[in-house]
Design a protein around this ligand. Structure first.
Ligand code: ADP
Ligand code: MG
Length: 267
């Protein structure tokens, strides 16, 4: 699988704080790469670096051998789409307007002719067709997230950067969104997705990168990387990694204290 983005020795520092610390990582076409790690590990910062939105303090990020920093914003917008962890759409755009904004990078190119068909397809794929005429500020968190995903799809990037796209979604939409992300990878695109649910990462990612304190604590196939000892240390909470009793797929479960009986039950 061809390497789309190559990250070498990348650090991001802000004053005394090191947000990303000497990271090496390849993003490959045809692959879903899950970025996991505790709150504050640097996942969103690293995603910003991959997007070219954040210039690293040191190290290099290259796309086809060319420094990402040397690539213009218009060209970047035709290559990669970003679903931000929090999107604040305060202006009362309709859902269809927001999705149509994804087409902006293709304005004035031959691909502009596809706009209507691509937008229609994105609305269906992200399951927001029924919401197309709704004003974004009136949507639920999950509906907003699906709208943001539709905009990413409408942009037709070869690199999809998704920051916690499933955080607000119900079970069906979580599975559906990640299945669509897999579908993009199958079609040859590269997908980098920040996830908190490690079972979801195991189920949908080709590779998982664990970030801890800005550093890569492990990267590789889910079965190789999702190790209970590593995860317990990184998350500072014990976890079990088990095969699903019916399907054999990996489940990552936080260890829990047994519930103490309430006093009434004891009496
Ligand atoms: P994640 O997405 O993994 O939760 P982030 O990449 O958003 O983490 O942030 C990494 C760390 O950097 C966090 O501890 C955050 O508080 C810190 N951080 C973010 N922005 C700044 C800043 N401007 N100055 C100092 N620390 C920052
Ligand atoms: Mg984040």
């Amino acid at each position: 699988m061809s390497v789309l983005l190559s990250v070498r020795g990348v650090s991001v520092t802000i004053e005394a704080a090191t947000l990303v610390d000497d990271v090496d990582l390849d993003v490959r076409a045809g692959e879903v790469l899950a970025l996991v790690g505790p709150n504050g590990a640097g996942k969103s910062t690293l995603l910003g670096v991959l997007a070219g939105d954040r210039v690293p303090s040191s190290g290099s990020v290259t796309w086809g051998g060319v420094e990402l920093a040397a690539t213009g914003v218009a060209e970047l917008a035709r290559r990669r789409a970003v679903l931000l962890q929090e999107t604040r759409v305060s202006f009362p755009f309709r859902v269809v307007d927001v999705v149509r904004m994804g087409r902006a990078p293709w304005r004035g190119t031959a691909r502009e002719d596809d706009d209507d068909a691509v937008v229609a397809r994105a609305l269906v794929t992200a399951d927001v067709l029924d919401l197309a005429a709704r004003r974004v500020p009136t949507l639920s968190g999950g509906e907003k997230a699906r709208t943001a995903f539709a905009r990413v799809l409408a942009q037709e990037p070869v690199l999809l950067l998704l920051d916690e796209p499933t955080a607000a979604l119900d079970v069906r939409h979580q599975e559906h969104l990640l299945a669509q992300a897999r579908e993009r990878a199958r079609a040859g695109d590269a997908v980098v997705v920040v996830l908190h649910d490690l079972s979801l990462a195991a189920a949908y990612a080709d590779r998982v990168a664990i970030l801890d304190g800005g550093r890569i604590a492990g990267v590789g196939a889910p079965a190789d990387v999702l190790d209970p000892e590593v995860l317990g240390r990184v998350y500072r909470h014990p976890v079990d990694v088990l095969p699903h009793p019916l399907t054999g797929e990996l489940l990552v479960l936080p260890r829990r204290q047994p519930r103490r009986p309430v006093l009434e039950d004891v009496r």
